[in-house]
Ligand binder design. Structure first.
Ligand code: ZN
Length: 316
């Protein structure tokens, strides 16, 4: 995916109060758009760097290497090996702190919310409400959603509305607590897509609501046909075995199929097989969100079907 400054800042902001953008990473984004972020204080320029990391596995014993002026630019010199010297430009030495409040505001704008976000809990902003009435919250760092009492705080802030939370990837335990509370937690980076507007990125408001899950998944093995939510797809001989491995797991106690289980005896990587499977559903008219709601990625564990075993009917 094309990198955008907003996606980059969202990723870096997971570091919390220490979140910084080094000039090296900023370089491809310098220009009018970048200046707007400075003006909005999404980025706050700091004093330029005066030293640089020592080179990998260096035996110089220095905590860092000084940066010296060299011709038109600068150089971080290794005292032991000149081949390890790094030439730097003035822009490489710039350093920006990421302003969390201002970044939250820009992400809210990217999702189409007009009003400025309000702080709903420590480091959790309420961006606004979707047209269907869901309260949408944003957390930039995982720690904001792991504390005691966060579930109750968000419920109180939402005043009875359904809740969507845009967040970084959460630790499994925290993700489960939010899920059990009925909150719809979405990874911000999964929905913050490159766009051609001034921000360079946008969030489709449709992505903020959960996809309504059709209750029954009907599988006809003999014809490799899958019927779900009023649509049918006939899977090819290449992808049907992948679907069958997920199906087999869905009907067992642990519903998650590991990557190696998905791969089976093929020499292909699970992520490629899963992408082809989702593509087959999309080719049959399912939306991207529907294909991901049916073939669910379970972070660090594998994949599962989005329909519970009780909703699955398999014919021979
Ligand atoms: Zn060195």
């Amino acid at each position: 995916m094309t990198e955008t400054i907003l996606r980059l800042l969202t990723r870096l902001s997971e570091a919390g109060d220490d979140a910084i953008l080094p000039g090296e990473l900023a370089a491809p984004f310098l220009g009018p758009g970048f200046d707007r972020l400075l003006a909005k204080r999404v980025l706050v320029e700091q004093a330029p760097l005066a030293d640089w990391d020592v080179c990998d596995a260096c035996e110089c014993g220095l905590p860092c290497r000084p940066i010296r002026k060299a011709g038109d630019g600068y150089r971080a010199e290794c005292p032991l090996d000149r081949r390890q010297d790094i030439d730097l430009t003035k822009d490489d030495l710039r350093l920006f702190r990421i302003g969390a409040d201002a970044l939250a505001s820009v992400i809210g704008t990217a999702a189409g919310f007009r009003a400025a976000p309000k702080l709903a809990a420590e480091k959790v902003w309420r961006l606004g409400d979707t047209p269907s009435g869901r309260a949408v919250f944003l957390a930039l760092e995982p720690a904001a959603l792991t504390g005691d009492g966060i579930i109750a705080s968000l419920r109180q802030a939402a005043q009875g509305s359904d809740i969507t939370i845009l967040a970084p990837q959460l630790p499994a335990e925290a993700a489960r607590r939010h899920h059990d509370a009925g909150f719809h937690v979405i990874e911000t980076l999964a929905v913050l897509m490159p766009a051609s507007d001034v921000l360079g990125a946008a969030i489709d408001v449709a992505a903020l609501s959960p996809v309504p899950m059709a209750p029954v998944l009907h599988v006809r093995r003999a014809t490799a046909e899958v019927h779900w939510g009023g649509r049918s797809v006939i899977l090819s001989r290449q992808v049907f075995p992948v679907f069958e491995r997920l199906l087999e797991k869905a009907l067992s106690r642990d519903q998650v199929a590991s990557g190696s289980h998905v791969e089976g005896t093929t020499a292909r990587e699970a992520k490629d097989l899963i992408r082809e499977l989702r593509d087959a559903f999309k080719a049959a008219g399912f939306t991207d969100a529907e294909s991901k709601a049916l073939i669910v990625t379970v972070r660090n564990r594998g994949y599962r079907l989005g329909v519970p075993a009780t909703g699955i009917v398999v014919d021979g």
